[in-house]
Design a protein around this ligand. Structure first.
Ligand SMILES: Nc1ncnc2c1ncn2[C@@H]1O[C@H](COP(=O)(O)OP(=O)(O)OP(=O)(O)O)[C@@H](O)[C@H]1O
Length: 285
């Protein structure tokens, strides 16, 4: 991987988000602020969970980090590189698994990863070995010559992970990586991500609506509502900060409800989010 840095609170941040704001729409049809003055740092080697209700601004934040949306206001730096001024360098540091399907069913597993290796400009002489090693990492060596259209949902997600990892990213960004997967397939995706994080000190940012995953995987959780940071801390810190129910300690789901309710706004989300959610849920089903 590009970095082998320990997760120490004193280390320079892997990702620095500084007073970031982003709005969609225009004056005629109305503007909607999706990310609102967000400030957040992710430590090298850390797994940060970006949680929040539909429409909270998680995907928009991720797309800004990935250079897929232009910065309107504020600043993002990845290992010190400003995403606006060093977009190409930043792209080389980031592996991204989007909510939408990123594989091509008419290609084999191997061809899908090779395609990404070419996109990332990995030198020809290293390409085959690099593709082989990521296929092995995600346990798809035996299925590599099969058409991706024959893969199960869990295999598709692991193939997308291989695509994102072929560039040996320092920061891996996963947008709802396990939606629509059965519990066994979910575990197998997480095992691979965790292995990468431990073995290579990779920084991971994930969004998920599965609180058990966030609890198990994330060193810290950033709870977003209305594009703003509502709470930030280790899952156990966030749980300790709110009262539980019926005398039981609070769960992360209670934490989610607590902040989601306090920021409730029926305008959030709308048809775009419903459509996106359904598309995501059925994408691998
Ligand atoms: N391309 C776009 N055009 C217009 N509005 C958008 C666009 N992308 C996002 N939005 C709006 O910005 C807000 C934040 O959306 P975003 O997708 O970032 O939320 P999210 O937290 O990722 O939601 P989900 O959990 O449903 O994926 C929503 O109100 C959404 O409708």
């Amino acid at each position: 991987m590009n970095t082998d840095m320990a997760s120490s609170p004193g280390a320079a941040p892997a990702v620095e988000i500084d007073h970031l704001s982003h709005a969609f729409g225009n004056r005629r049809h109305g503007r909607h602020t999706a990310v609102d003055d967000l400030t957040l740092s992710v430590r090298p080697g850390e797994c940060l969970g970006l949680l929040g209700p539909n429409g909270a601004g998680k995907t928009t934040t991720i797309r800004l980090v990935n250079t897929l949306l232009p910065i309107q206001q504020g600043r993002i730096r990845i290992h010190g590189l400003d995403v606006t001024h060093h977009a190409m360098k930043v792209r080389r540091l980031i592996g991204y698994v989007p909510q939408q399907l990123s594989i091509e069913g008419a290609l084999t597993g191997r061809e899908n990863v090779e395609w990404f290796a070419r996109l990332f400009d990995i030198p020809r002489s290293q390409r085959a070995a690099r593709v082989e090693s990521v296929l092995e990492m995600v346990d798809l060596t035996d299925a590599a010559e099969r058409l991706a259209s024959t893969f199960s949902g869990g295999m598709v997600r692991r193939l997308e992970l291989a695509q994102a990892l072929v560039n040996r990213p320092a920061v891996l960004v996963l947008d709802e990586p396990t939606v629509g997967l059965d519990p066994v397939a979910r575990d197998s995706v997480w095992e691979r991500v965790h292995q990468m994080q431990i073995e290579h000190g990779m920084t991971v940012i994930i969004t998920t609506h599965y609180m058990d995953e966030a609890e198990a995987m994330c060193d810290r959780v950033a709870m977003m509502t209305h594009g703003r940071l509502a709470a930030l801390g280790a899952p156990e810190e966030l749980r300790a900060a709110i009262p539980g129910r019926d005398g039981d300690p609070a769960t992360l789901e209670d934490v989610f409800r607590h902040y989601a309710r306090s920021g409730l706004n029926e305008d959030q989300g709308g048809i775009r989010n419903v459509r996106a959610g359904r598309r995501t849920a059925s994408r691998v089903g």
